[in-house]
Structures are given as C-alpha cells and as structure tokens.
Design a protein around this ligand. Structure first.
Ligand SMILES: [Zn+2]
Length: 187
C-alpha cells in the first residue's frame, strides 16, 4: 500500500523528476510499445518501396565496395571508421520514415525508434529485429559492442547501455552509414 502511494506521488510530480527524461520515456512507453514498434516497422516504410530481407546476403569484394561507396562511407562501413560528431544531416532528421543501410538498403531503424541523445550521432533505442550482428571491439580502453548489418556485414556503430527507458539502449550510429527513406515519398 505504501509503495503504491509512493509511485502515485512520483507520477504526479513530473517537474521535480525532470521533464526531458519523461518526454523521452513517453516516446517509447512500455516494453510492449517497443515490441509493437519493432513488429509494425513497415508502417513507416514509404508505399511501394522494395526492400531486401536480412537473409538475402550481399557479398562484394573490397574493390566492388570501393566503387559502390564514397570515401568516408567506405571507411565507416567497411573499415569500422567513425564520422565526426555533428557532421551528419540525419542528426536532425525528424520526419516519419525508415533508416536503411547505405551499403545494401536493408531497413535497420524507423523514425519512431530514434531519439535525441545529444552525442552528435543519430541515436536509436531499439532496432528492427534480426538486422544486426554484434562483436566486441577493444579500440578504446574499455570494450565496446560493435554492431554490423547482417545482410552486408557493414559496420554501423556501437551499442551503449545509457539509452532511454524502457530499453536503456543507445544504438550510436554513423549517419553516413544510413540512408533515410521518408514515408511521404521522395525528399
Ligand atoms: Zn547492409
């Protein structure tokens, strides 16, 4: 009973506990809401857009990748490089739509999974199911979880545990490794 009163008081005092955090939480809601976002991700795909499945593996030689991707895009996707923070126009992309792999067009995130992390890289609290593989890298002093596209193997970024509730995850993605498909058609 006492516990109940405490939570009631907490719910009634959003100003004390900080609005920004609540605003982010409201975006995602409960874990069930997050699962719905994952299940219904195609609702944000522009009508008539053909997209590949994660199982349709794309394997190219380094030379072929170099032809397909421009400078930094190649460096990030194929050599695990990192773009400068704040450099991607996708940081400010707020329209409804889908973020696909710039290497192979596989849809990875939707606009409903994106949030403003303040890091200067496009950030997402969850991804479309089954689109990433992960591994641990030791490029900096502590180990980080690197994730890559399951279709083409392209490196996208790192997952951190400081994301918003309810997932608590932050997919810190290089903007240059993504292409945005707006729901409303061409940009
Ligand atoms: Zn890919």
């Amino acid at each position: 009973m006492q516990r109940r009163t405490f939570w009631k008081a907490l719910a009634g005092a959003p100003l004390i506990f900080g609005l920004p955090r609540l605003a982010v939480a409201a975006q995602a809601g409960s874990m069930k809401d997050v699962e719905e976002l994952q299940k219904n991700w195609k609702a944000l795909l522009a009508d008539g857009t053909k997209v590949p499945a994660p199982s349709e593996t794309l394997k190219l030689s380094n030379d072929e990748w170099k032809k397909r991707l421009q400078g930094l895009q190649y460096e990030v996707l194929r050599e695990e490089g990192t773009e400068r923070p704040g450099s991607s126009p996708l940081n400010n992309e707020k329209r409804p739509g889908v973020f696909a792999c710039a290497g192979c067009d596989l849809p990875l995130f939707t606009s409903a999974m994106k949030y403003e992390s303040g890091t200067g890289w496009p950030s997402f609290f969850v991804a479309i199911p089954g689109v990433f593989g992960t591994s641990t890298d030791h490029k900096i002093l502590y180990p980080r979880t690197e994730y890559h596209c399951t279709r083409c193997g392209g490196h996208h970024g790192h997952i951190f545990d400081d994301g918003p509730a309810p997932t608590g995850k932050r997919y810190c993605n290089n903007g240059i490794a993504l292409k945005f498909i707006p729901k409303a058609g061409k940009t």
